[in-house]
Design a protein around this ligand. Sequence first.
Ligand code: NOJ
Length: 729
Amino acid sequence: MNTEQNTAARVETLLQQMTLAEKIGQMNQYSDFWEVTGPNSQAGDAEMKLDHLVQGRVGSMLNVRGVEHIYKLQKLAVEESRLGIPLIFGFDVIHGHKTLGPIPLAEAASWDLVAIEQAARVAATEAAAVGLNWTFAPMVDISRDARWGRVMEGAGEDPYLGAQVGVARVKGFQGEDLAANNTIAACAKHFAAYGFPEAGREYNTVDIGTSTLYNVVFPPFRAVVDAGVRTVMNAFNILNGVPATANSQLQRDLLKGAWGFDGFIVSDWRSVVEIVTHGFAADLQEAAIIAANAGSDMDMESYAYIHHLEAAVVSGAVPIAVVDDAVRRIVRLKFELGLFDDPYRYCDVERERTMIYHPDHLAAALDMARKSIVLLKNQDNLLPLSRKQEKIAVIGALAVDKTSPLGSWRIGSDDESAVSVLEGLLAYSQNIRYAQGGDVFVGTTDFREEITVNETDRSGFAEAIKLAQESAVVVMVLGEHGFQSGEARSRTQLDLPGLQQELLEAVYAVNPNIVLVLMNGRPLAIPWADEHLPAILETWQLGTQSGHAIAEVLFGDYNPSGKLPMTFPRNVGQVPIYYNHFRTGRPAVAEDVFWSHYIDEANTPLYPFGYGLSYTTFAYANLSVEGIAGRSIKVSIEVANQGNRSGEEVVQLYICDQVATVARPVKELKGFEKVELAPGEMKVVVFILTEKELGFFNNEGMFVVEPGAFTIMVGTNSRDVLSADYRLA
Ligand code: NOJ
């Protein structure tokens, strides 16, 4: 029955039966009575929430766990309320529900859209099996600032890659049929510019201009809207003086207007309340009026709509058309999810039991994990290790950590459920001995509290140094705790926290044959390691199958193919550092000091965007660029595997519009393809650049394609490219 026409008719029939209070109820979302993912709601609200449920004054709930519990609440809404409108249950299913894949930043490092879509489908399958209908993902915020802890949740710094990854994730979550038992509604967040907080400090002010908004921040949102994402979440931040939640230009004019988004917008956690805190509304009542009029359809846990919207409609401050529009959007999604046909369709305890940690899901998580690993350095082919290699030392508290690899967004998952690095390695070889080298993190690991780093206790060093002395090769697993990145986890340093750098140098002094395995949720600045160590592997936080994936790469069963989705700086003072920067009026010159540079550090990054090595090497040759019909450009390149093992390479295409009415960046990614090449094999990779890739948004927000000189670049990363000139007519 769920054809578009039918749904529209059913929505209208329902709307006509609803009282104003019931309509506003649909716009109200509550967190479960004992779960929070933000600052605490008011005490004593459990009873109120319960009353509102049976009165039909709740449209959605978040943070409800498990089929039984969801069933109970759904039953109250459906059987006790006057109209029996089912609830929609949302949850932060960010990179898996129970079975976790890599954190999203790591997934993006795979540049493998098929695998990313599959990973999202696995997440949706488990989420739907526990009764959920809606995830607050993907986060499509672009960010250039590694200090910001939430870079772990996005696809990195580039709008083109970010758009492709976002679309893959939306397709994976939503599939073709939202009513199927392996799909859920997705939510693109956070609209808009949440990834540009000043100085990388969480929830901080955002002040950026039209060019960056249109060319960097908006494209991934636009792409997922075009791909049919059903919901969008607005943001905590103020943008150019207007809180995103209160921003009518963003939500009404652009998203719902110009882009034709037909789903609904949910506020972020109590972000309607924060309109007051920002100094944009005098009180919650005014905030409710502003947010609703600006196009925020559903209020997450602010209690603003439920307490104030009715009076606002009666007084005329909020037109009834605003409410009706919001309710239509919300209720339509419930029809699409099949909840009106059977509100309990996702409440099957048997399915919950069999789908969670299903072997197919573990296999997909492993696949995604190995593809997300980035090889940063491999001098003299120290890697891969041989299974026959004797005397391997493993050092570092993170090597046995079974929780940090799950990352920071893991509220659905089980602590201690990741395969540790040590476990993964022991499955390969018994020639392994372990020393912790001391605690890195001490005290609580509650996700609502700060992580405490060991800054003083070096008592574990001696054992690690002794083991390193007795070993042929040392695998050091260092990095960040799972709760050192993610929401509210901004840092001012990008080094290895605590005493880890000191431990690393102490071990190096007795045995320099070190493979550094990094486990972290953001780009780190590791210049010493890059200068001294022979091998470095970036493993991010890889989820449930972490240790197995890392072992496969270390022992060479999988040839690493990941490429950095974010620039790695030399030091934190370079941040924000990103490859698609503009030219300055004073580029590098040798004669004097008056050019754009630092007096104490190079301008260049430690590892550029798109960078990543393989156990084989790829050669690029014969770049050819020719104009074809419709102002399009055909670009082709030969890529050959020069080594003696097969491998995958992400071939990257960049352009630079040399002269434009709004100056363009030195490079912009406009295409990529992941190719697999056998030893000695050569493939010709072809890209077509159309006006869509060649144009840009000017400072009026208009998309323009300007004739003139372009540089077309193709290569293995954003730094090492072959280039050719092209003149667009
Ligand atoms: C706040 C976060 O910013 C948002 O991304 C998340 O979905 C909500 N909390 C709900 O947990």
